[in-house]
Design a protein around this ligand. Structure first.
Ligand code: PA5
Ligand code: NI
Length: 174
């Protein structure tokens, strides 16, 4: 990855397990701190209104004590900015949450297209045993509000037990 035909530079950021531990219900001692959870390839150097950013998230098929690998998840700082996600490989869930804390999921599979309303928080979850690859396009002035998710997070957790996907409500004392 260097310069693409459009002249933009694609950069990659890597999320390791040590920086993702807090997302999960419990710590998995069998995972190395440097286990790669996901990579985001992006062209996100722009910030002026009217411009677009683009990204590809590659989620590794990792489980944390049975809990499926997920992105940190965020609202957009600019609540007027919506986003599209398009799944190019794998299977997963797109977890969404509105401002009242109502939480639900859309199934992701090769070719599924997802429209994320500007006031919805969003998180990717890899429920499969292969890579989940998702292409995203969002307005350059959207920004990422992670603090709001840390304060009042998604209300469900997703686990894999054999071939079954189990969705559990989060404990209220978390
Ligand atoms: O813009 C997006 O919503 C995506 O590109 C995400 O940033 C990406 O999937 C990584 O998720 P997060 O930023 O919540 O760690
Ligand atoms: Ni986003």
């Amino acid at each position: 990855w260097d310069k693409e035909p459009c002249g933009k530079e694609v950069t990659v950021s890597t999320k390791l397990y040590k920086d993702a531990k807090d997302f999960y219900e419990s710590v998995d001692e069998s995972l190395h701190d440097d286990t790669v959870m996901y990579e985001v390839y992006s062209v996100s150097s722009q910030s002026e209104p009217g411009k677009l950013n683009w990204g590809l998230t590659v989620m590794h098929p990792v489980k944390v004590n049975g809990e499926c690998n997920m992105t940190r998840g965020h609202f957009h700082e600019n609540m007027d900015c919506e986003e599209y996600y398009w799944c190019s490989k794998g299977t997963g869930l797109l977890m969404l949450m509105d401002e009242e804390g109502k939480c639900w999921c859309e199934k992701m599979y090769e070719g599924s297209l997802h429209h994320i309303r500007s006031d919805w928080a969003h998180r990717l979850i890899n429920t499969g045993d292969t890579y989940l690859k998702v292409v995203a396009c969002w307005p350059a002035d959207a920004g990422h509000d992670y603090a709001r998710i840390e304060h009042s997070g998604f209300t469900y957790r997703v686990y894999c037990e054999g071939k079954d996907i189990i969705v559990k409500e989060r404990r209220t004392n978390e």
